[in-house]
Design a protein around this ligand. Structure first.
Ligand SMILES: [Fe+2]
Ligand SMILES: [Fe+2]
Length: 262
């Protein structure tokens, strides 16, 4: 079987591109299950109920990251969505949940776990290694397919997580940097690893934001509003993981970038 994962979706441009392309990507890769990171889907920061509903029209599960609570009110809505997960290593007092076991429409189940890194990140998350160990121990033995979205800044932490989970999960795919890395591999014990899936957002932008505004911010050192680029060429970055659903071992990982609005 094959699953598709898409990196951070930025704004309306990213959402529209994903809605247009994900059905095609499913056909191209013969993928039965799709997970997308929606932490920037609402105007570039966070997610709303209506954005979540939009993304769930084409995706099976939406993951979040450090921007999970940027949209005021989503903390009151997240529990309405059993297919939206925020990082699991947040305080248990936070609403929502950090993992779930989801029915694969093609048969069987897929566990999806969202984690946030600690290196160069806000220090509000618990140890992701300890957290994921506990989650894996609690999953029913019948669940063989496990996808981890590791939302973090440092490629070292992400690759380390890949090795930590090698042979225990199907894939560890990173998000958060919005830049796809060139390190896709199948580790020795059958776990697919990719440090970052990339972004679904404007091609001519800096991580989805207007180039001129970002330059002004970097050059001046002043706070500058960073508008999201919603038009023009939009890239859709992600990876397709083919796996043996009996063992949960990954067989192949194919990173991709596609474009709309050419
Ligand atoms: Fe992001
Ligand atoms: Fe992030």
């Amino acid at each position: 079987m094959t699953l598709i994962f898409l990196g951070d979706i930025v704004g309306k441009g990213g959402r529209n591109a994903v809605k247009a392309l994900l059905p095609e990507l499913r056909r191209e890769f013969n993928a039965q299950f799709a997970v997308v990171n929606g932490e920037n889907s609402a105007a570039g920061s966070g997610i709303t109920g209506s954005c979540a509903r939009e993304l769930l029209e084409v995706a099976d599960v939406v993951t979040l990251g450090d921007h999970a609570w940027d949209q005021k009110g989503f903390e009151n809505e997240i529990n309405l969505f059993d297919r939206v997960i925020r990082p699991a290593n947040y305080s248990d007092t936070q609403p929502g949940r950090g993992y779930g076991v989801f029915r694969n429409p093609a048969g069987g189940e897929v566990a999806v776990i969202a984690l946030q890194g600690k290196v160069f990140m806000r220090d509000s998350a618990y140890c992701p290694f300890e957290t994921v160990e506990k989650i894996l121990a609690s999953l029913p033995a019948s669940v063989k397919t496990v996808l981890v979205d590791f939302h973090s800044e440092a490629s070292s932490e992400k690759l380390a997580m890949g090795y930590f989970l090698d042979g225990k999960v199907t894939a560890v795919i990173g998000t958060h940097t919005h830049i796809q890395t060139a390190d896709a591999r199948i580790l020795a014990n059958g776990t697919a690893a990719l440090s970052d899936a990339g972004m679904c957002g404007a091609e001519y932008s800096v991580l989805g934001r207007e180039v001129d505004a970002v330059l002004k911010k970097f050059r001046s050192g002043m706070p500058v509003r960073l508008p999201v680029v919603e038009t023009g060429k939009i890239r859709v970055d992600g990876a397709a993981v083919t796996y043996d659903h009996i063992t949960g071992r990954a067989l192949k990982i194919v990173p991709f970038s596609r474009y709309v609005g050419l």
